[in-house]
Design a protein around this ligand. Structure first.
Ligand SMILES: [Fe+2]
Length: 415
């Protein structure tokens, strides 16, 4: 069988990807393997013959399990897992499975294109402005979100190497499967920075290979487990004597425990005093990093797809308006505020201290019986979603509840 564009429909995965690879190879060779031309060649090949329409996922899995005639498989830990479907000396095609994957904001040392073969994702694109390299492995600057959109099955997106393409993906369905046609490596476009919004870029490979820091963090873990009363003092000494990069990684590691100890502000001040202007964006970056960690942890026990979509929005979207737009794209026939209220109601759970929506726990200071808490939490949320009557005009109790919501992962709904 053939598509209108002259592409056959393949019964077997291998023949499909062989044909896709050979087409890309031939077209790229005609462009003298110019790196500039590769993203367009890779994406148009998948737009013409979309993997989402050409390959049956179940058959593909079955065939990969029993057919030994496969390209060389990598040892890559990326994807859950990564299958190599076509390999050429200048590029390869990989199929990535994602079970609960969310990527950090990142750039690439390669170029090409990716295609959503199964499932869907929230895709956010960024620019890193006023970048100031502290070392070749760490820069400070301003990460600005340029676009956030829902990528449904069948969408193809070009990838450029380096800072031209900074993005993140939050996969919504289990599994999400993407096909990537990519170069092995684009010389001179590394390192493959990860971005910690809103102000820091780090080379994760360099950070991961600093064995001395790894051991120091493990040693801090020992002090934490032992409840060492000198913990905060030790961390202070570290950030006082170490360089910016190692000091930053120390703070990143110790922040949550220091906050629980009530010592965070004191340690942060030592770092800020030492590094002056260079440290300006560090507090906001560490705060955002912790917020994202909290949402990622909730994702590990929240399985309902719509609730995971809600978490994706809370983690990635910059404000209420963008969240409403993304909900309307996915659920065009429902009002976004009522969708959120329905999710919030489904997510209400009892804790030791009272009812909670995600990490927003009903304030203990209010003496309200548990039977009434759900209604009040939802009323405070609804007020925020409606752009709200100013908090000060709310009854005192709702104002206090709204304060808890604002300080939680739901805070972005009030921006
Ligand atoms: Fe990527």
């Amino acid at each position: 069988m053939w598509h209108g564009l002259g592409w056959p429909i393949y019964r077997f995965m291998k023949s499909y990807f062989d044909q896709l690879g050979r087409t890309v190879q031939k077209r790229w060779q005609q462009k003298n393997f110019s790196l500039e031309s590769f993203p367009e060649i890779a994406s148009s090949a998948m737009v013409e013959s979309p993997p989402s329409e050409s390959v049956d996922l179940e058959e593909m899995i079955h065939e990969f399990l029993i057919n030994d005639d496969q390209p060389f498989q990598s040892q890559s830990g990326f994807g859950q897992p990564e299958l190599v479907a076509f390999n050429h000396s200048r590029f390869y095609i990989r199929i990535l499975f994602w079970l609960e994957g969310t990527t950090d904001v990142h750039q690439h040392e390669f170029s090409g294109a990716f295609h959503v073969m199964s499932g869907s994702s929230i895709h956010a694109e960024y620019e890193f402005e006023t970048a100031h390299p502290v070392t070749p492995y760490l820069s400070v600057g301003d990460l600005q979100m340029k676009k956030i959109a829902l990528l449904e099955t069948g969408r193809t997106v070009p990838i450029s190497s380096g800072r031209r393409c900074i993005h993140s993906l939050f996969h919504l369905d289990m599994p999400s499967v993407t096909v990537v046609i990519r170069t092995h490596n684009d010389p001179g476009t590394g390192p493959q920075f990860n971005y910690l919004p809103p102000h820091v870029a780090i080379d994760p490979i360099h950070a991961g290979s600093d064995a001395l820091m790894m051991r120091r963090k493990q040693l801090l873990g020992v002090l934490e487990t032992l409840g060492d009363p000198e913990y905060a003092e030790r961390v202070c000494e570290m950030v006082e004597s170490l360089d910016f990069e190692r000091g930053f990684h120390t703070l990143l590691h110790a922040m949550e425990y220091l906050q629980a100890l009530g010592e965070w502000e004191m340690v942060l001040e030592v770092f800020q005093k030492k590094h002056g202007e260079l440290a300006t964006g560090v507090s906001a970056t560490l705060g955002e990093s912790l917020r994202r960690d909290v949402i990622t942890r909730m994702r590990s026990y929240i399985e309902e797809p719509e609730h995971r979509f809600f978490l994706a929005l809370l983690m990635n979207a910059p404000n209420r308006l963008e969240i409403f737009t993304l909900i309307s794209a996915r659920f065009p026939n429902q009002g976004p505020a009522s969708v959120i209220l329905a999710w919030a109601e489904e997510l209400i759970e009892p804790t030791d201290f009272g009812l909670a929506i995600l990490d927003a726990v009903f304030p203990e200071t209010l003496d309200v019986p548990i039977q009434k808490q759900a209604e009040m939490l939802l009323a405070a949320l609804q007020n925020g979603l409606e752009g709200g009557a100013a908090a000060e005009s709310l009854p005192g109790e709702l104002e206090e509840i709204q304060g808890v919501l604002r300080a939680s992962s739901l805070g972005v709904l009030f921006d």
